[in-house]
Design a protein around this ligand. Structure first.
Ligand SMILES: O=C(NC/C=C/[C@H]1O[C@@H](n2cnc3c(NCCO)ncnc32)[C@H](O)[C@@H]1O)c1cc(-c2ccc(F)cc2)cc(O)c1O
Ligand SMILES: [Mg+2]
Length: 214
């Protein structure tokens, strides 16, 4: 039967990227998506904004919601110090299988803990099951209508501390209007929009960076 897009993306990584070289993995995926087959990775333009926020926060603990093929997982992990921890949640087992191989090809397994399951079920387990006190950085890139409920759930579970940063992809396209309204108007956050473009296109999109004020 016909291969899936994530399978074709992984094949492009294994063909064009050097094992153990995360930058070559990122480049191979961006070239595949720009010249062969579009896929919903944060991409190179927004990826540079992601990189700058990760570098600025210099997080010890990171949570990513929606691994997909592991593109942003690799971008983030590459910037983390060796003792930092990146937990990434993915509920589609077929995507998780691909993401594990992309992360392995990039040589980032040590820093990444990919957990299969849905954020709604797993977020409440972060403290006791994964020994997390709070997240320094959360990258939201899963179903757009889950950004707001999951942000509130993280607050309720005490997973956000003073200064914790939420960085959300696609706040314009496809958009997450209820989330955007919440973080921009809640006294609990200081929010900032980074204008960019939808990955591999000229369509406007952007990232919203929201600092939890405690
Ligand atoms: O829809 C987009 N992303 C969704 C990501 C989903 C991934 O995350 C996983 N996932 C989803 N919910 C959860 C969950 N919890 C929630 C459910 O319980 N817990 C764990 N994992 C979850 C899925 O299994 C996928 O792996 C998108 C679209 C465009 C786009 C723009 C323009 C277009 F024309 C077309 C598309 C551009 C983008 O950058 C985009 O990110
Ligand atoms: Mg996205």
């Amino acid at each position: 039967t016909r291969s899936t897009r994530p399978q074709r993306l992984l094949a492009a990584v294994q063909k064009n990227a050097t094992r153990g070289d995360p930058r070559s993995v990122v480049k191979a995926i961006d070239e595949f998506c720009r010249y062969t087959e579009w896929a919903m990775n944060v991409g190179d333009e927004k990826g540079c904004i992601l990189d700058s926020v990760v570098s600025e926060v210099n997080p010890a603990t990171v949570l990513e919601l929606g691994t997909y093929c592991g593109y942003s997982t690799v971008r983030i992990a590459t910037l983390l110090p060796p003792d930092a921890k990146l937990i990434t949640l993915e509920f589609n087992p077929d995507f998780a299988v691909i993401a594990r191989q992309v992360i392995a090809w990039a040589g980032q397994e040590e820093k990444v803990h990919l957990v299969e399951g849905s954020s709604g079920d797993l977020i409440p387990k972060m403290k006791e099951q994964f020994g997390v006190k709070s997240f320094d950085l959360v990258f939201l890139d899963h179903w757009k209508d889950r950004y707001l409920p999951d942000a509130k759930l993280m607050e309720e579970c005490g997973l956000l501390g003073k200064g914790s940063v939420l960085l959300a992809d696609n706040v314009i396209c496809p958009g997450s209007p209820d989330y955007l309204d919440y973080v921009r108007n809640s006294p609990k956050y200081r929010s900032q929009y980074f204008k960019s473009h939808l990955e591999y296109t000229k369509v406007e999109d952007g990232l919203e960076k929201s600092v939890f004020l405690g």
